[in-house]
Design a protein around this ligand. Structure first.
Ligand code: CA
Length: 749
């Protein structure tokens, strides 16, 4: 079979890359144990709407769990994490025989043997013989239901958990209406105005309400809590449904419908278009060598690395973008993105996106400033409204990282002024909007424990974020902000206790929090313990080495993290949270890769002149903790976070300090990887002699010139070229050990 490999490349034989993707990766998850907490997303890259089969109850965050035996709906979805649940959902469900509207009664048995789960196409055949197929577009979708003959065929539209309005138009084979549902992150006036268009006539219809179970045959219009509809078709029908939804208006839904799905378009055509989009995107990172299973893992991760943030803007008939703001609930011109928590994604997803999609990043960075104006605070954890959950003020990391990488679509002075406001005020929400105890932070130089929860984790991440602001000020020659933020970038040192050799909780009076236990989770830390958080000094690892005392002591401490005890104390959580369970199963000491705080740590050996130890550990992590199956992740995938870690690491690079222009070198998984950039240039990473044993870099060249550094720059990637490694089974302990080889740190070697 021939396949189009994307920008600037010709057709090459081989399987379509989208066929490597398993969208069931990570779906065997539950609240107390996560193999990813994903659902089988049916979507084009960075969509506004996605689709998924639904096994869980209406409103349950775990919408699809692999072990489930029945499906109760096919949803339009937007959710970026089960922990914040979904919003503006509605679902369709096919059935035969007697009409059953209730979600429990109608649920139908299925087997994974009769299921196909790809990004561009999902299909499942129930045990009762009904087949459902779904293919996506950016803001619409296409479903096809094939009913067995004999019994009456039904489609049930479920208005889900909130308010909804339904209007059936039998003459036009349409249902129109809106839904508003969701939780505490969903703005009160956010409606999804939808259009469902069917290609078969209705032989009967009516409305129902899922709160009461009331069914009204022959009724065409209903509004209320979970108002829905049902339609009957001829027995044995095949029914195609085109779905569209707008956050702006019913009129915009019509415009989008016309733009995205032609009147005579079949599901097979929608499927082919979506496959082409994914093959183009996946083909921009073409890997060679290794097993088919490794390619499946790589492309499944590359798929999930390219879903969030969701587009929140829509396109007028004249082609111009505009949106309903989830922040001020007004209509604005321009681009908007949401459904992302930056604590999860500043580390890997955005640094990967800066390589693959700089044009989109440019739009996104301006959208961040627009969102800040509309909200009064920078976005931090949005789904789609701002929430302030998790910690840090990481929007500045995105902005500085973009600027450092040449993305100049926004006003840096505005960005810095907004950031100064962010860190000198307390927001109405939690830890990642504004800065609680900011006065104490400026007076004491740390967030005092007990007055504020997760105080030491916050101090560490704030020091990094403030360095990002300082660095943006330096890059833009803004002396005022350089001076203001420059005083804050070493505050991480104020929570380092030399007596115990760890980052530690510190009380308002300057004393250390008593009874230090580096294995204790929570308290002054966030979803982790001191073993995991002590390394969160992204901008100044050399400064951290100085605190620890020496490179040897630093390396010994890292070694102990990976190979030492995996004991734990539940601490303030009071119970074993899923991140603890996942750490225990990973079998890598205190290295809890399933959660964010440690995800850069394997790369830190480079800063202490032991790059071969990084090379060993990153290959261990990739091989042991990832696969393409329903158990494919070692913890919450988190909006492309874990997937982007894998994609970057498999390429042999990782962004330890977003905001700098450097990617630190690890150990590539594949013998060859070619990245086709937006410009059409190609950056190729070769690893000659690579194998599961040959994980160690012997020598390296960049465009034919010897490269001894443990990092490469963004510009070197974006100019195209060849980074060539020779791999071996024995470490080369001479390479990457000079001062000039070390990656960026604020402090000198
Ligand atoms: Ca997480």
């Amino acid at each position: 079979m021939a396949v189009w490999l994307g920008v600037g490349l010709q057709c090459v034989g081989g399987p379509e890359l989208v066929s490597y993707v398993n969208t069931l990766q990570g779906t065997e998850s539950k609240g107390d144990y996560s193999h990813g907490n994903t659902y089988p997303t049916i979507a084009v890259p960075y969509p506004m709407h996605s689709y998924s089969a639904q096994t869980g109850k209406n409103g349950h965050g775990w919408k699809y769990q692999y072990p489930s035996k029945t499906i109760r709906g096919f949803q339009q979805v937007h959710q970026c994490s089960p922990w914040v649940n979904d919003y503006n959902v509605f679902s369709l469900f096919p059935e035969v025989g007697e009409l059953a509207v209730d979600e429990e009664t109608r649920a139908s048995a299925f087997s994974h043997d009769n299921e196909t789960a790809k990004p561009h196409y999902y299909s499942v055949k129930f045990d009762n013989g009904i087949q459902t197929e779904i293919s996506p577009t950016e803001r619409c979708g296409h479903m096809r239901f094939t009913f067995p003959g004999g019994d009456p065929a039904w489609l049930v539209l479920d208005g889900y958990t909130g308010d909804s309005h339904i209007q059936i138009h039998p003459d036009h084979r349409r249902i129109t209406g809106w839904v508003h549902n969701g939780g505490w992150l969903t703005p009160g006036s956010l409606k999804s105005h939808f259009i469902l268009e069917f290609d078969q006539p209705f032989t009967a219809y009516g409305t129902w309400e899922n709160r009461t179970g009331t069914v009204q045959a022959g009724n065409k219009e209903a509004e209320g809590k979970g108002a829905g509809a049902f339609l009957q078709f001829e027995p044995g029908s095949t029914v195609q449904v085109k779905v569209c939804a707008s956050y702006i208006s019913p009129e915009q839904a019509e415009v989008t419908f016309q733009r995205e799905i032609a009147a005579d378009q079949t599901l097979d055509e929608t499927k082919a278009k979506a496959a082409r989009l994914w093959n183009e995107l996946l083909g921009r990172v073409r890997v060679e060598g290794k097993s088919e299973a490794d390619k499946a893992t790589f492309y499944s991760c590359l798929f999930r690395a390219n879903l969030f943030s969701h587009k929140f803007y829509e396109i007028r008939s004249d082609g111009s973008p505009y949106y309903f703001s989830p922040f001020d609930e007004k209509i604005h011109n321009g681009y908007m993105y949401t459904d992302n928590g930056f604590w999860d994604t500043f580390r890997s997803q955005f640094p990967l996106t800066n390589i693959l999609h700089p044009t989109m990043q440019g739009r996104y960075m301006q959208a961040l400033l627009d969102a800040q104006e509309q909200c009064g605070w920078y976005p931090s954890w949005c789904c789609p409204g701002n929430s302030g959950i998790m910690i840090g003020n990481h929007a500045i990391s995105l902005l500085t990282d973009a600027w450092a990488k040449g993305i100049r679509t926004f006003d840096p002075e505005q960005a810095l002024a907004a950031y100064k406001h962010e860190i000198t005020n307390k927001s109405p929400w939690g830890g990642s909007c504004g800065r609680e105890a900011h006065k104490e932070y400026f007076e004491l130089g740390y967030i005092p424990f007990e007055r504020v929860g997760e105080a030491t984790a916050k101090t560490l991440e704030y020091a990094y974020d403030d360095w990002c602001a300082y660095h943006l000020a330096c890059m833009t020659a803004n002396k005022e902000y350089e001076e203001f933020f420059g005083k804050l970038i070493y505050h991480y040192k104020n929570v380092w206790d030399p007596a115990v050799g760890f980052m530690r909780g510190r009380m308002p009076d300057g004393c250390w929090r008593p009874d230090f236990d580096p294995y204790e989770w929570g308290g002054p830390f966030t979803e982790g313990n001191s073993w995991q958080y002590t390394w969160s000094v992204f901008h100044d690892i050399r400064g951290l080495i100085h605190l620890v005392g020496s490179e040897e002591a630093f390396v010994a401490k890292l070694d102990e993290l990976f190979a030492g005890s995996n004991e734990y104390r539940v601490g303030s959580y009071g119970t074993v949270i899923h991140e603890i369970s996942e750490m225990l199963d990973a079998g890598m000491g205190q290295y809890a890769h399933g959660n964010q705080p440690v995800q850069h740590v394997a790369y830190l050996y480079n800063y202490a002149r032991r790059p071969w130890k990084t090379q060993y550990q990153v290959r261990e992590i990739m091989s042991r903790l990832y696969n393409a199956s329903e158990k494919g992740y070692p913890g919450d995938e988190d909006q492309g976070g874990l997937s982007s870690w894998y994609v970057l690491s498999a390429l042999g690079i990782y962004s330890v300090c977003p905001g700098s222009d450097q990617y630190v070198i690890g150990s590539p998984m594949f013998e060859k990887a070619s990245i086709t950039l937006e410009s059409g240039k190609v950056f190729t990473i070769e690893a000659v002699g690579n194998s599961p044993e040959n994980v160690y870099i012997q020598t390296a060249t960049l465009n034919g010139h010897p490269l001894t550094r443990s990092w490469i720059s963004y510009d070197e990637i974006m100019q195209g070229g060849v980074l060539k490694f020779t791999m071996g089974s024995i470490p080369n302990k001479a390479r990457g050990t000079g001062d000039a080889d070390l990656p960026f740190s604020v402090s000198e070697p």
